[in-house]
Design a protein around this ligand. Structure first.
Ligand SMILES: Nc1nc2c(ncn2[C@@H]2O[C@H](COP(=O)(O)OP(=O)(O)OP(=O)(O)O)[C@@H](O)[C@H]2O)c(=O)[nH]1
Ligand SMILES: [Mg+2]
Length: 369
């Protein structure tokens, strides 16, 4: 039994497969990891298979699966999950885009209790080297869609990640396309996740297999994962949507608090409109905070902002930002563009709501490390 299986999907990688195997094995050796290397190839017509077979004679920890049907990157990774001889899987590309030096770091994070560890291009310290603009834009679009499902994860479509076997063992994965991580996140059983920054290096040699069809497949996969969560309320995506829903309910309750107080203070306490308005707004922000803290985000016990006062401060600042957004949109749409002010206000409310949820989710009630 191995400590870890590094799964490397390949299709026509004769120029790099030898190097990546040697590098991974050297990392195993230097860090005293009993690691398996599992190459899952889609019957490449070049020398990839021969090279791996040759190396296998010298390396007992190297294994090869050659697939004949249902060609595809995600399918190959899932086949790797099935054939791996350990309880921790790490998936990486064959074209030297993913640094093997991170393997021990990711393994340590899994051993420290994370279910999933993601090599992340989109966080501080991470990045992408030498990518043409078109690739950057496509990748940003894919990442944005992925973040709609997983707002806390910066790089939900990375091809470099480690995962416990238990996360995917019973998951009804429907592998297709390129983004197997999204499928694992959407359908796997996991709670704790950690992202580690790395710099993605574009392939220097070999050929890219990215096609237009990939984009359509990906959009289908996002929808499929959304649908899956509808039937599986324990899934992370469903939990996330419930937070959005509850946040909306709290927002509506805030309107009632705001309006009720305004009327009360003005009509019965006889305060001026200004004073009544400010008190009503502030108390509705406080009331929203309390409900969100005790109800909407209750399940996230490990908050990145550990003290309630800090969260209140953060929520307060975000709310003021939201109010400013609402105000600016109302004025620009109504006076500059001439849209009916009632509709302009509704649009402003919608954008402010999106802002409030998004920023609070990623800041005020972010999960702790
Ligand atoms: N088994 C298998 N592996 C694949 C398939 N398509 C790609 N791969 C492998 O998956 C990894 C990522 O593929 P790449 O073509 O490098 O994808 P990318 O990094 O998004 O794009 P480029 O580096 O620009 O080509 C590499 O190790 C490929 O060999 C496939 O259909 N089947
Ligand atoms: Mg690549």
């Amino acid at each position: 039994m191995y400590d870890l299986t590094v799964i490397i999907p390949t299709f026509r990688e004769e120029s790099t497969i030898g190097t990546i195997i040697a590098e991974v094995d050297a990392i195993f050796f230097r860090n005293a990891i009993r690691g398996e290397i599992l190459v899952v190839d889609d019957n490449s017509p070049d020398r990839t298979i021969d090279i791996v077979r040759d190396l296998k004679n010298q390396k007992p920890n190297l294994n090869l699966v050659v697939r004949q049907q249902d060609h595809g990157l995600s399918q190959s990774v899932v086949e790797g999950f099935r054939q791996a001889q350990s309880d921790i899987f790490l998936v990486m590309d064959a074209d030297l885009s993913h640094p093997p030096a991170l393997i021990p770091v990711m393994l340590a994070e899994i051993r420290a209790g994370n279910d999933l560890v993601i090599g992340s291009r989109y966080m501080e310290g991470g990045g992408i080297k030498k990518w043409p603009l078109k690739r950057r834009i496509l990748s940003m679009g894919a990442t944005f869609l992925g973040r709609l499902l997983f707002p806390e994860i910066r790089d939900p479509v990375s091809g470099f990640f480690a995962v416990k076997k238990s996360v995917v063992e019973h998951a009804p994965l429907r592998p297709r396309g390129y983004k197997i991580l999204l499928e694992v996140l959407g359908k796997g059983t996991w709670k704790k996740e950690k992202e580690i920054p790395f710099e993605f290096v574009d392939r220097a040699i070999g050929s890219s297999k990215l096609k237009g069809q990939t984009i359509i497949e990906y959009a289908g996969q996002v929808i499929d994962n959304a649908r899956f969560s509808w039937n599986h309320h324990e899934s992370v995506v469903w939990q996330e949507w419930m937070k959005l829903f509850k946040f909306g309910v709290v927002g509506l309750s805030g309107i009632i608090v705001n309006e009720g107080l305004l009327i009360y203070l003005k009509e019965y306490v006889h305060l001026s409109l200004w004073v009544s308005g400010i008190i009503a707004i502030e108390l509705s922000i406080l009331s929203n905070f309390i409900w969100n803290d005790l109800w909407t985000f209750k399940s996230d016990s490990r908050h990145a902002l550990p003290h309630r006062w800090l969260r209140l401060l953060s929520f307060q600042v975000v709310s003021i930002g939201g109010a400013a957004i609402n105000f600016v949109i109302l004025n620009v749409l109504a006076t500059q563009i001439g849209i009916d002010y009632r509709i302009a206000d509704l649009l402003g409310i919608l954008v402010a709501f999106a802002w409030n949820f998004w920023v609070n989710r990623r800041m005020t009630w972010k999960m702790g490390l």
